[in-house]
Design a protein around this ligand. Sequence first.
Ligand SMILES: Nc1ncnc2c1ncn2[C@@H]1O[C@H](COP(=O)(O)OP(=O)(O)OP(=O)(O)O)[C@@H](O)[C@H]1O
Ligand SMILES: [Mg+2]
Length: 478
Amino acid sequence: MRIYRKVGDRVELMALGRDLDLERGEYVLASDGNSTLVLQVIDVEYADVPGTLEETLRDLTSDTLGGLIRYDPMDVESHVRAIRDSRLVITKLRKVIGCPSISLPSRYGTKVRKASPHEIIGTQPRARETLVQIGEEVLIDPRDVEGSVTIITGRKESGKSHLAKLLATSLATIGYVVLVFDLNGEYVSLGVTKDGGQSYVNNRLITLSPGVDYLIPLSKVSQEVLADVMTFALGLPQTSLRELLRACRDARERGRLSFRSLHRVVSTAPMNESVRDAILNRLSTLEASGLFSDEATLDEKLLEALSTEDGRLVVLDMSCLSSLQRRILVEYVLSCLREKLFSGELDPLILFAEEAHLYLRETYWEDVVTRMRHIGISTVLITNQPDSIPALIYRQADNVFAFNLRNGSDIEHLARNLDVDAETLRAILPNLEKGQVLVWGKAFSYLPMTFRVLDSCLLTRGETRRRIVRKEGAATSG
Ligand SMILES: Nc1ncnc2c1ncn2[C@@H]1O[C@H](COP(=O)(O)OP(=O)(O)OP(=O)(O)O)[C@@H](O)[C@H]1O
Ligand SMILES: [Mg+2]
């Protein structure tokens, strides 16, 4: 390959068709002496060689005449064809190493070669077991995910959850505490491999099904956490909240906090009737949610699971919960985590949230980029609707993994809010195959790149349920 021309940050390379082994999103390095251009392939086109139209037409007519034998005693025909069949590789200049960015390498002396993702990421040399492998040659430093906001987006069935599972299990294996809001109950089987054995994360996995094997002991819920659940999940107004908290204190002083004692105190305490009704209503909804228990001796299983010195993968299976139950649960969990992390009772953790817009309240989004990181919650958001995550989060996101997207407005949404140019996103995102991802961010030296996410031996659920199951690779017609 040779450098042909440069216009702004767009660099065009010439290549012979037969030599070309490049995919969109891959990198090439153009080195001339001490300076190197780091170029990302955006597209490949036919080179505009003068006379091609005429030559092609001549070829066509000779075909129709039964293939004329050309007189070519010097054997130049194959060279001429190679030139006519040459390609224009369109790349974006991402970085210049070793010389002022204004000086250009020579067109003829420059050596152009393909670069591996590993060379581009340039991960600091660390022991391999402390890194997380997500692609064949792609290892990321988990410290770039911790303390960060990470977004995984893409079309339906493009491979988002597959990557999230790989990340979550790998992080738990190397010592991180990971909590998953599992919307579809697809992380619960990660302890088992596809062939039925125990997976590498088996001894670190704890799954909790709220309302079934995990009940929240009401007596252990603090005033602040109860206030958050009542206000944000059940919409209790501030005036009523004050009365409720007073009733809680009374109930605790008289013995212990239970739904029955709370009902009794609220029903008998002097207060405005509409306030009383509002509180009793919310208390009934909370009790009917089936997520809480009056049992005083019950342990708080979630907090127990998260309090560990070792790595742990805690999955909250929300697949059987209604949307109201989900909102109550998530409000409780987040409020509780905030309290315990703030007081130092819990160590920092990484939260994986699938389709978070279905259960997170509006104001939480600001918390994600402002307060959450500081108290020790790193967030990984996974969605197939890029515009369900507010622009604010994209602008502050530290890492973005974008799988295949075909919808123009989804691509434009990313283009408006990410630090990756629109031309790159438009060229690469619609052409990604299942499992292929375009990444950008702290874990990748802020250079956009594409690669295929590793397959895994884990048993994963979450496939689309179908009446007629089509075998992979089976012919669709004929
Ligand atoms: N890199 C990969 N290697 C092997 N299989 C993969 C890969 N990525 C995805 N798959 C498989 O493709 C299927 C769909 O993947 P996945 O569940 O991750 O999609 P998704 O983007 O989360 O879809 P949805 O939006 O429906 O949740 C799964 O069966 C998964 O195992
Ligand atoms: Mg999914």
